[in-house]
Design a protein around this ligand. Structure first.
Ligand code: URP
Ligand code: ZN
Ligand code: ZN
Length: 457
């Protein structure tokens, strides 16, 4: 199968140029001006940008919270992902207490294998850290998992600072990295109790319980733990100006930190919790203020932020109503996996905050590098996997859950205008999205990942 993409502008982190791209047997065979070659399919990309397939570093599909299960599973979530230009998702396989990592890995393969419309890999989220779990880590690397996650919050998942310290050393020595959800659990619990004590039950209380200092304290603590363990750290879903300052200060001290943010922290405002459907914005960390959005955009511009994941963790409004009378019982998370590229293009590139080249870096290259997929993924280069996005910057439209392919009846981005959209997607050398329509579902493959490329070491 040969595909020839003609007349587009090829965008890489190092620059952009008019070039054609020839795809052969699942790989990129040639990138050059005016390629003349036989092809089964010619795609005219005039006026479009051609990117390496986007990588979403942070999704939660088919995640069982105990009280309810996310609205999107791999089938629906990866359909939404691929039409939005995401050719690989890294989802959090989750080792609940009483389970082994092997159990969690097997379970996540059952959830994803044969049902995914984009490629997928797993981070291993661990809820406990002891000798039994440590004994499993080498097998995880052998199974293609080089990244892990720990939470400072959520009673069912929370680990101690000492466990993070020990896990960082153990996993860091083996070439892995641990993403940490950074918030101060005890303080936010106390603030939830304070809000409830004065009768506040609605979603507007949610951000008050987790102001920026709750995140910044968690980030500062993680930075110090990494300094002590002499290991890399990955801050997941960074949302605040103060949290970013902690990352920058730690780097100045020589700490090796990788920072991830999400589209919601550059596009949505904390005032949205007062909307009639404010529950759909209940996620942790919460939406922030203008100064935080400006700081995160500045972090992207200055390359202090490494990559952008969506933290797609979707629930229907009926599920969100579990917290109708108590905001702290609203399932945390929102949908976003389909809209990341068009949001970043519209609200970061078009506004002049970042360049197209930085978009390529933030949505694909750096994730591929840290998470052990580069240069097969994350770059348009001869020999790389043919995961390719043709992005049309001139296709204005309005985001709506009704037209999104995700399975829940809401979107945090409902009604937002975006200027462009993913038009065509090639996945593993096959055209799977054409003119914004998924024409070949279920073509996703498991991505076996190598140890992390620690490019900030
Ligand atoms: O609210 C969120 N982010 N839910 C998903 C789990 C997490 O904290 O990443
Ligand atoms: Zn989290
Ligand atoms: Zn998450």
């Amino acid at each position: 199968m040969q595909i020839l993409i003609k007349n587009g502008t090829v965008v890489r982190s190092t620059g952009r140029k008019k070039a054609d791209v020839l795809v052969k047997n699942g790989r990129i065979a040639k990138i050059a001006p005016a390629i003349e070659a036989e092809a089964d399919r010619v795609i005219d990309a005039t006026g479009c940008y051609v990117f390496a397939g986007f990588i979403d570093t942070h999704t939660h599909f088919d995640l069982d919270l105990g009280v309810t299960v996310t609205a999107d599973d791999f089938e629906t979530g990866t359909k939404a992902a691929i039409v939005g230009g995401t050719t690989t998702v890294l989802d959090f396989a989750t080792q609940d207490r009483g389970m082994t990592m092997h159990d969690a890995l097997e379970l996540w393969h059952k959830k994803a294998d044969g049902r995914s419309s984009c490629n997928y890999g797993f981070h291993m989220a661990v809820s406990e850290w002891n000798d039994d779990r440590k004994a499993e880590v080498d097998d995880m690397f052998k199974a293609g998992i080089s990244s892990f996650k720990m939470y400072m919050v959520y009673p069912a998942m929370k680990v101690s600072d000492g466990q993070i310290y020990d896990a960082q050393k153990f996993i860091g020595e083996r070439g892995g990295v641990i993403g940490v959800h950074c918030e101060n659990f005890d303080v936010l619990q106390a603030r939830i109790a304070e809000e409830k004590a004065v009768g506040h039950t609605d979603p507007t209380a949610h951000p008050r319980t987790r102001p920026q200092a709750v995140e910044a304290e968690g980030v500062a603590r993680l930075m110090r733990i990494a300094e002590l363990s002499k290991s890399p750290a990955w801050v997941v879903h960074l949302s605040t100006a103060d949290g970013l300052s902690e990352v920058r200060a730690a780097r100045k001290r020589g700490v090796e930190v990788y920072a991830e943010t999400c589209p919601q922290y550059i596009t949505l405002d904390v005032s949205r919790y007062a909307d009639p459907d404010g529950a759909k914005f209940v996620m942790s960390p919460p939406l922030r203020e203008a100064k935080d959005r400006a700081a995160i955009l500045d972090g992207m511009k200055k390359k202090d932020i490494d990559f952008i994941g969506t933290d797609h963790c979707s629930f229907t409004m009926e599920q969100k109503a579990l917290g109708r009378d108590d905001f702290s019982k609203i399932p945390n998370g929102g949908a976003g996996v389909q809209n990341r590229a068009e949001l970043v293009y519209t609200y970061a590139v078009e506004t002049g905050a970042i360049t197209l080249e930085q978009m390529a870096l933030l949505l694909s290259e750096r994730a591929a590098r840290l998470f052990g997929m580069y240069p097969k993924k994350g770059v348009l280069r001869t020999g790389s996997d043919a995961d390719i996005v043709v992005f049309d910057p001139n296709d204005p439209h309005t985001i709506s859950w009704k037209t999104n392919l995700h399975a829940c009846d809401n979107s945090p981005y409902e009604g937002m205008r975006v200027s462009g959209r993913t038009r065509d997607v090639i996945l593993n050398g096959t055209l799977v999205v054409e003119n914004g329509r998924l024409i070949r579902p279920n073509c996703g493959k498991y991505v076996f990942r190598n140890p992390c490329e620690r490019y900030r070491k």
